[in-house]
Ligand binder design. Sequence first.
Ligand SMILES: Cc1cc2nc3c(=O)[nH]c(=O)nc-3n(C[C@H](O)[C@H](O)[C@H](O)COP(=O)(O)OP(=O)(O)OC[C@H]3O[C@@H](n4cnc5c(N)ncnc54)[C@H](O)[C@@H]3O)c2cc1C
Length: 403
Amino acid sequence: MTKNVAIIGGGPSGLMAADVLSAHGHMVTIYERKPSMGRKFLMAGRGGLNITYSENLEKFIQKYNEAADILKPVIHHFTPQDMRDWCEALGEETFIGSSGRVFPKSFKASPLLRAWLARLEAQKVIFKTRHDWQGWRGDALYFQTNDGAVTVQADATLLALGGASWPNLGSDGSWVDILEGQDVKIAPLRPSNCGFIVKWSDVFSKKFEGKSLKAVALSYDGKTIKGEFIITKNGVEGGAIYALSSFLREGVADNGLASLILDLKPDLSEKEIIKRLQKPKSKLSMSNYLRKTLNLSDVAIGLIMELPERQKLNDYTPQNIAQLIKFYKLDLKETFAIDRAISTAGGVTFDNIDRNFMLKNKPSVFVTGEMLNWEAPTGGYLLQACMASGSYVGRGISDWFKD
Ligand SMILES: Cc1cc2nc3c(=O)[nH]c(=O)nc-3n(C[C@H](O)[C@H](O)[C@H](O)COP(=O)(O)OP(=O)(O)OC[C@H]3O[C@@H](n4cnc5c(N)ncnc54)[C@H](O)[C@@H]3O)c2cc1C
């Protein structure tokens, strides 16, 4: 029997649920506070839409760390291969990049979103933009619109409201107060895949702001990542930092600071560095000497010159200098604000929802996507979990109607 479903939030998770529910013959209306759908999805496509990752499925699922067991049936329900097939069905073939990341051939999100919205429209999904959901009045959903307040009754409601990063794109975590008011437990929203504050000297930040530190190894708490990151005016951000950010964030929370160990020259062993530093320095400045003997980048040399030890470097032995290069300690003070993060940790905890992702405290209300309490590194794991949970909950709502 056809039912009315209200989906609040027109991001990839809500759109995916709409796809499944409308294909099952239900009447779906998507309510979105912004003037158009999928703004964060489009932003994700700016630097290349990394839609999923190509690796063994069990290894893939482990990337969700503490939420891996809970998300296992979700990812099995809509796998990375399903994601690629789904893209292709919308006319966007995908390819696997050299790092294992999967992208649409066009690299962009806009053709995919356009085709997706057209299909939803063909499946009779109704789009209501500029509808800002503000909670319930009695049993009815309550929205503010440009034309005043609107109330809506639905057979089932799906909240697909996203996290709290990049709030100008629509998701700002304003749902937290509403749901806490309904006794739903929310793990505090925190930045994930985020940058960290470092207290640089003025000289360093002026010279290196915006520059990348490439081909370095970063270690924290027994985990090591090779990659690159960017120096910002007051800190560090970028791929290799994001990859460790969940652990670094907890380190900062527990200890007030997290000490990241950088290997500024991972392709040379300590022994080889010591050997090369036997070469006389002659009249070269220490910076030029390090550049010439070790081919260290300007940013790496700048980092060494940031150390209080820089005054004494001329008296250092090759062993001492090699230690500084191989075990450079960078103290991270706190995370950048959540509105600059790629994604959000925290959210509706899984003990609040049943196997169909319905809120135990609020029958007929379901949740999906980034507003749930999981986090994952970049690499396509975010969109995969958002869209897989949208598909999973779409089927769950359909099953619930049959019960
Ligand atoms: C710069 C950037 C790059 C990214 N790149 C990638 C990438 O390459 N690969 C990847 O996997 N992930 C990427 N992500 C993450 C990915 O985009 C998100 O994880 C994903 O969009 C979350 O989907 P969602 O549907 O749960 O929430 P969202 O996409 O945030 O959608 C939620 C929607 O709900 C609406 N909404 C919120 N509150 C209300 C309300 N009260 N009333 C009405 N509507 C409301 C919002 O306006 C929004 O449209 C990136 C994120 C950013 C910021």
